[in-house]
Design a protein around this ligand. Structure first.
Ligand SMILES: Cc1ncc(C[n+]2csc(CCOP(=O)(O)OP(=O)(O)O)c2C)c(N)n1
Ligand code: SF4
Length: 255
């Protein structure tokens, strides 16, 4: 963590629980960088998370009001807090399992209602905390604790899901695209309405080791290779797009 961002952390926090090479630590840094660049006061912010490794990003680390809630229910708690105190800038930070598997219904209905929340989904394509089970985001064929022969179900495209449900601002970036990601978080924080950012965040421990990416460096290299911008994707054939992850802003659902 850059020294100038340490002021956003609780002074008693000396380390995080993340495994070496986990993308969630990078994401934590980038969220704080966005808040710092915006000059947003932590006093006006509420951070809400569910259960999972990603749920540890804000809580107990951020020196602000944090709600560490039940698995899958972060958006429900966040909605209640925002209804009670509309002046709060409410940010939900949680995992793909938490927000899109057990919590999927809250996600689509908050998007449909255009509830004024900023939701950051740390997508590592697996349930990290509980030992690497298949999530609704696990790619076809990937190995997990519950699909040792390879996942047979198609994963959600989270951005398309939220766009279809009516989210006002939808974007996807990887932790390997820090500048774009910080800009997206700043936009989402300023927007009135439901903003959703899917962040590709590698889990070397539960996803990487099972899927022959033996080191965090290999996972980062893979994201660098696979993530392409929306604009680049427009010039590629269906065959060239295979295995690629399209990143960028996906706005206009309500137009
Ligand atoms: C009601 C309930 N069901 C299941 C669990 C077990 N559980 C805790 S975290 C988790 C999944 C976490 O995955 P994700 O949200 O993707 O976060 P990650 O750990 O990968 O960052 C599960 C299934 C729970 N705590 N509560
Ligand atoms: S299990 Fe995965 S998601 Fe959880 S801290 Fe370790 S690397 Fe990160």
């Amino acid at each position: 963590m850059a020294r100038d961002l340490e002021k956003y952390l609780r002074p008693e926090i000396k380390s995080t629980p993340f495994c070496p090479g986990c993308g969630h630590g990078i994401l934590m840094n980038l969220i704080l960088r966005a808040i710092d660049e915006l000059g947003e006061s932590m006093d006006k912010m509420l951070f809400v998370s569910g259960i999972g490794c990603a749920g540890w990003i804000p809580s107990p680390h951020f020196n602000a009001d944090t709600l560490h809630t039940l698995h899958g229910r972060a958006i429900a708690f966040a909605t209640g807090a925002k209804m009670f105190n509309p002046a709060l800038n409410v940010m939900v930070i949680s995992g793909d399992g938490d927000l899109a598997s057990i919590g999927g219904n809250h996600l689509i209905h908050a998007a449909r209602r255009d509830t004024d929340l900023t939701v950051i989904c740390a997508n590592n394509m697996i349930y990290g905390m509980t030992g690497g089970q298949t999530a609704s985001t696990t790619p076809l064929g990937s190995l997990s604790a519950t699909s040792p022969g390879g996942n047979i179900y198609r994963p959600f495209d989270l951005c398309q899901l939220v766009l279809g449900a009516g989210g006002s601002y939808v974007a996807r970036y990887s932790v390997t695209q820090p500048l774009s990601l910080v800009e997206a978080i700043k936009k989402a924080l300023k927007l009135n309405g439901f903003s959703f950012i899917e962040v590709l965040s590698p889990c070397p421990t539960q996803f990487g080791r099972r899927n022959q990416y033996d080191s965090p460096t290999e996972m980062i290299a893979l994201l660098l290779e696979r993530c392409i911008s929306k604009e680049e994707a427009e010039h590629l054939s269906e065959e060239d797009l295979r295995g690629k992850i399209i990143t960028g802003e996906f706005t206009g659902a309500r137009d």
